[in-house]
Design a protein around this ligand. Sequence first.
Ligand SMILES: Cc1ncc(COP(=O)(O)O)c(C=O)c1O
Length: 391
Amino acid sequence: MRYDFDQEINRYNTASLKWDDVERQFGEKDLIPLWVADMDFMSCMPVIEALKKTMEHGIFGYPIQTEAYREAVVNWMKKRFQWEIRPEWLHYSPGVVAALSFLVQAFTQPGDKVLIQSPVYYPFSKAVTDNGRQLLHNPLKHEGERYEMDFDDLRQKIALGAKMLILCSPHNPVGRVWTKEELTELGEICIANNVLVIADEIHADLLYPGYKHTPFAAISEEFAQNCVVCTAASKTFNLAGLQNANIIIPNTILGKMFRAVMDAPHLVRTNIFGAVATEAAYRHGEEWLEQILVYLHQNLQFLTHYIANNIKQLKVVQPEGTYLVWIDCSALGMNSKELEQFMRKQAKVAIDDGYIFGPGGEGFIRINIACTRKTLAAGLRRLENAVNGKK
Ligand SMILES: Cc1ncc(COP(=O)(O)O)c(C=O)c1O
């Protein structure tokens, strides 16, 4: 079927973080929400139909993770990424962020050092510091147009005694889809130094034309044994509120250790709606995904042209994947707090301020383009008027 992503759906009064919590989060009324990473689009029909069926059954007792569910995940990874996983590698988590925290608990000790590649999705640093571990930054290099990993810096930081690296692949917010060569170099350095890699691959399905995602664990058996891959259907199919993630652990011993940590708070059981939606999406959602990828690409082109033509002070870092766009606002000459206030009070847009993503994020903003073109255009118009001093 043909989906219409231009259809405006009112999200106010739906308990939506992105829409209903803006005033509380940003301290201003009537901002256009272009922040937190969910989509303003309905999920695909197979998901909605499957959820309806479960809902109409009317019994919501304790579920199990079925073989059919695991088969759907296995088949998706094989079809989309030519990655052969085994059903027993799959572990449930109520979300990827929750899993990151539990993974830190499972595989490091209090005081241990954990690496992240800043600027990066801000819950990474919290997963480390809130669990009493020490954060080490391996900042990305921003040279010319795109961001690169800094392997010399990585070696130096690892020499300080890092035990774990949390990798964002594809990377939020800078939009890189890491190449197999880059991931291989990173992985070899980590293996040589006994650093476990936690690969957050939640954005893996959201790629722009010409880019290919390489699952970290698919690179080699050695890599598979030294990593945990965190995935979910939630970004891809707009299911974040259903809290279901798949934590893929090929190493049996690591799998047991993770399971032990999840057992304590009784988080080994799935959520019935999250499981039903994920299975339906992975079995029948590909047609929708192909269409949303086209719409997101058009939104990206629209934003790129709009900014190039009308807001010349801003510079778009072209993403290779994700529906999050990282924009350099340093030419506005504001410090982080001034830029934050400018976006809220002058531009009246709710965006994610770059500095929250850690070192290297100052002077940037992150815009979520998974919205209708009308909403995106309205947000960009406000930005243009504010930057160009118009009201
Ligand atoms: C890299 C990354 N990991 C995890 C999440 C959130 O995952 P979850 O909702 O499963 O906790 C996001 C959401 O934006 C993300 O960008």
